[in-house]
Every structure is written in structure tokens, then in C-alpha cells.
Write a protein that binds this ligand. Structure first.
Ligand SMILES: [Zn+2]
Ligand SMILES: [Zn+2]
Length: 372
């Protein structure tokens, strides 16, 4: 499919404008002129989920071969099938084209963290990776690898009523006679031992969910997207192409229906905690849960994310930075030499090798997070 791109042009010198996260304006990189983005008075709307699911013609997302003609240099290039904005590979001018999916983003969180800040955060994060191989730090330097994306997310609201059945466990103590040896002699003693009494329980809990966010892109792994949360959706602004000028912006590849199924999993975790509190007692067993979802609504939004990949010993590692809050999440390789030294040091002092044996997550957990 053929597309013609648009871009924004500097009033002073005619060069292309890009969104500047620090100034929150468009800016000319040639003469530095700024052009403010008009504040929209439009309120951010929620859309009825049931209506949307019934009227969607195609729940699958369409992968379209995009032949884009650059508005600036007239060259034609192929854009990523899910992108609707990218920079022209010939003249680097932002190229923004029309949407192809049925549901378009109506709001977004503008980038707040600049490319320079993102690079600094990454370097700091790398420096804090105590286990990372020393040469890695040199190897991944170079900011051309770091790229800014506006990635699609669904947000879901729902009021839920959940019927549950289960058991409440109350601990009580009984007196038991036990034989023990005291100073070489057999002695009978009465000791208290705990028992649990289980009582069948059932009931209802009500919950209300606002903006449960689900990543709708496969450009970054779901694990990384989840770890980039929270997103402060209370400061969403109405969609405006000026915010995406210069960034790679994408449409959803996870459908509205599949996104809601993922949102239900997140909601269920909260509902289950609520049920446990409602059951009370010392222990709880939940044997049956039936949830009704009411007043369901959704939004299709774009969230700003800086991301890059690096290769180390034939493996690719990803990291990403929340472009709103600066939170960084990434995978990292481990230096086994450094770990071996650590184990040696700990075991000579406090038997730390035991600690590592018993806590394999200490080594296996490859997600390292650093909040701003
Ligand atoms: Zn200019
Ligand atoms: Zn061009």
C-alpha cells in the first residue's frame, strides 16, 4: 500500500521540526526555533468495550506493506508494517502517515525524558550492574542504538462482582503429651501444638478498576513492558501528530479482545487478594471464582519508551526506559568470574554460598530495575 507522509516545517528556516521532550514543543534542529503545541481542551474519553468488540470487523491486526513517499525529499522507502511515523532513511525528516487499524489512538503521554537523559540513565544503570562483565560497559556505549518509540497500549476500566467459594482456616492449639530427654532422664511433658480448623465459606466481593494497562505491541517483550509500569495516565493529552514527530510510533498488534483477556488476569490478582481478606482467618483456600465484568470501557493510548538492544557473546539483551518517568528496565549478562569471587568472599565470612544455593533467584533474576 502506498502512503504519502507529512511533516512539520520551521517557520524561520524551512527545516523539519521534531518534538522536544524537555521544552514540550516542536523544535527545529537546524536553527533551534521552537513552535509550541496548542493545548487541547478536549477531554480524554473512555469508550464502551462491549460495543467496540461487537462492531469490530476484524479482531486480528492487519500487517500491511507500507511504501512511503517522503514529503521532504520525495524518496520512497518501506516503513515497518505497524509504524505510522518514522524518520526518512534518506533525509532523516520525520515521516508521519495515516493509520491502518480500525481503532486509532485518541490520546498519548508525550516524551518527558530526552534522548540525552535516556543515554545518561542507561550509562548509570550499566555502571550499577555489579555482575555485568567489565568489557560490556565499553561495548554498549554509543547512543545511536537508543531509539524512541510511542508504543500502543490498551487501558481498561471495569466494575467487577465476584462470587467465591472456599475454606477459611483457623489455627487453634491442643495440649499433647510428649516424652523428652532432660539431663539423661525421660520426662513426660504437656506441650501446645497447632491445628487448623477448616470451615467452608462463600460470598461476593466487588471491585472497581481504573486504567488497567496492557501493552499492545510486540516490539518490546511483555515482561519489559510490564516492568516499565506505572504509567501516569491522569496526564494523558489528546492525540496530536506534533508529539510524535521524530519518533517511531506504532499501531496495536495485540487486539482489543486479547488485551482484555490479559487485563482480566491482572484484575484477578487483585480480586483474589480481596477474597482472601474477605475470608479472613489464618489461612484461606479458594476453590471457585466467578467474575462478572460490568461498565467495561477502554482507551487506545500511546506511551513513550526509549529502547535499545545490545549483543554480548551471541545473545541479544534488551533494555528500555519509561519516557514519562525515567524508570529503566533491562536484561543483563552476568560475569561468572565476578560471581565466583563473590561466592568465595561470602562463604569465607558467613557461609554465603549456602545463601546463594538456597536463593537461586538471586542469580537467575535477570531483570534489574532502577527508579529515578
Ligand atoms: Zn529552523
Ligand atoms: Zn526524505
Amino acid at each position: 500500500m502506498k502512503f504519502k507522509s507529512i511533516n512539520f516545517t520551521c517557520q524561520s528556516c524551512g527545516a523539519p521540526l521534531r518534538f522536544n521532550p524537555i521544552a514540550n514543543t516542536l523544535q527545529c534542529e537546524f536553527c533551534s526555533s521552537k513552535e509550541s503545541i496548542e493545548t487541547s481542551l478536549e477531554t480524554i474519553q473512555e469508550y464502551d468495550l462491549k460495543n467496540a468488540l461487537n462492531s469490530l470487523e476484524n479482531s486480528n491486526t492487519q500487517e500491511i506493506n507500507k511504501e512511503v513517499t517522503c514529503n521532504k525529499c520525495a524518496a520512497t522507502f518501506t516503513m515497518n508494517p505497524y509504524s505510522f511515523s518514522a524518520n526518512c532513511p534518506y533525509c532523516d525528516t520525520p515521516a508521519i502517515i495515516d493509520f491502518v487499524q480500525e481503532i486509532t489512538p485518541k490520546s498519548l503521554l508525550p516524551f518527558h525524558i530526552s534522548h540525552k537523559e535516556a543515554q545518561e540513565k542507561f550509562n548509570k544503570w550499566l555502571g550499577s550492574l555489579w555482575f555485568a562483565p567489565s568489557q560490556l560497559k565499553k561495548f554498549v556505549d554509543g547512543d545511536e542504538k537508543l531509539k524512541g518509540y510511542y508504543l500502543p497500549h490498551w487501558t481498561y476500566d471495569a466494575d467487577t462482582t465476584t462470587y467465591y467459594q472456599g475454606q477459611r482456616g483457623d489455627i487453634y492449639y491442643i495440649n499433647v503429651e510428649r516424652e523428652t530427654i532432660v539431663e539423661g532422664r525421660r520426662v513426660r511433658r504437656t506441650v501446645k501444638e497447632p491445628r487448623i480448623q477448616w470451615t467452608p465459606v462463600s460470598g461476593y466481593v466487588n471491585n472497581s478498576f481504573d486504567d488497567v494497562t496492557i501493552g499492545a505491541s510486540k516490539t518490546i517483550s511483555r515482561t519489559i513492558l510490564e516492568n516499565l509500569t506505572p504509567w501516569h495516565t491522569e496526564v494523558l493529552v489528546p492525540f496530536n501528530k506534533k508529539y510524535i514527530a521524530g519518533f517511531d510510533s506504532q499501531e496495536y498488534t495485540v487486539g482489543l479482545d486479547n488485551g482484555f483477556e490479559l487485563a482480566k488476569i491482572k484484575m484477578n490478582r487483585v480480586i483474589e487478594q480481596h477474597i482472601r481478606r474477605a475470608i479472613g482467618g489464618d489461612q484461606q483456600q479458594i476453590t471457585n471464582i466467578e467474575t462478572e465484568y460490568k461498565n467495561t470501557s477502554y482507551k487506545n493510548v500511546l506511551f513513550p519508551i526509549w529502547t535499545a538492544k545490545f549483543r554480548w557473546k551471541n545473545r541479544t539483551y534488551n533494555y528500555a526506559i519509561n519516557g514519562q518517568t525515567g524508570k529503566i528496565v533491562g536484561e543483563r549478562p552476568y560475569s561468572w568470574l565476578k560471581i565466583a569471587i563473590l561466592i568465595g568472599t561470602l562463604s569465607s565470612v558467613v557461609g554465603g554460598a549456602m545463601y546463594i544455593d538456597q536463593h537461586p533467584n538471586f542469580l537467575k533474576n535477570s531483570y534489574h530495575q532502577l527508579k529515578r
